[in-house]
Design a protein around this ligand. Structure first.
Ligand code: NI
Length: 248
């Protein structure tokens, strides 16, 4: 069940059955010479949709521009400042809480978002902690999970890609987008085959160290078939983890 394809009476009815919602959250940023700029938003969106089709929970709109300042050296990348993203997440959750949502599960596709999402959670919790009349609204609880962090997904990536997996423009995330969007598959020879690794600061620093955008990965290993398996593995764990979260 998708929020943006629902009507308000359907959401009102859903709230009599459940107080939980899953929000896919990602980024709009370069993913190497062949990876889609929407990769980090597409992955959690597609997996959440698959899980929702099976388990029936509500999936909200995808928060699809995140923390990508370090990718701005590549055309097409868009970013929020951390302070902007914290403010936006605060308002997203406050809107949902007004209607009675109390369990907000952020399903993330971008490692660079993690610290900012956690900071946003602290802002959200501070509303209640600092409020004199805290008891007039149910306590909102948020959870953050990365789609690739579930143990079976990590095991699959280790077995399939080993040291060629890397950390940006990885074959696993590229595989998921290829399964979801076969019409957008691109190919190009990678040089070097496995990209360099290292730390970075701003956009210029990033582009000078990682000239084609990848970090430590060989995305030519991706296949759409792998993408289908990764979606199924991650969706299964999302259903379990979300179920525990809303029940707890
Ligand atoms: Ni990514």
């Amino acid at each position: 069940m998708l929020l943006h394809l629902s009507s308000w009476p359907e959401i009102e009815d859903y709230l009599t059955r459940s107080r939980g919602i899953v929000i896919p959250i990602g980024s709009t940023e370069q993913h190497g010479p062949t990876g889609l700029i929407g990769t980090d938003a597409i992955c959690p969106e597609v997996i959440a949709k698959r899980a929702s089709d099976e388990a029936g929970f509500l999936v909200g709109p995808t928060f699809n521009v995140g923390i990508a300042q370090h990718h701005l050296g590549f055309p097409g990348t868009m970013t929020l400042r951390p302070s902007t993203m914290i403010a936006a997440l605060h308002d997203w959750v406050a809107s949902l809480a007004r209607h009675g949502f109390e369990r907000i599960y952020f399903f993330n596709g971008h490692g660079g978002n993690v610290s900012t999402i956690n900071a946003a959670f602290s802002e959200i919790y501070a509303d209640r902690s600092l409020s004199a009349d805290a008891s007039n609204r149910g306590p909102v609880k948020c959870r953050l999970a990365n789609w690739w962090d579930y143990a079976p997904v990590m095991d699959f990536c280790r077995a399939k890609y080993g040291s060629s997996h890397g950390s940006h423009a990885t074959p696993s995330e590229v595989a998921v987008t290829w399964f979801a969007h076969p019409e957008a598959i691109k190919s190009r020879e990678m040089s070097p085959k496995i990209a360099p690794t290292g730390r970075f600061t701003d956009a210029e620093d990033y582009r000078s160290k990682f000239p084609d955008g990848r970090i430590g990965s060989d995305p030519t290993l991706a296949t759409a078939e792998d993408g289908g398996e990764l979606i199924a593995l991650s969706a299964r764990r999302l259903i379990e983890d979300y179920g525990r979260f809303v029940a707890g």
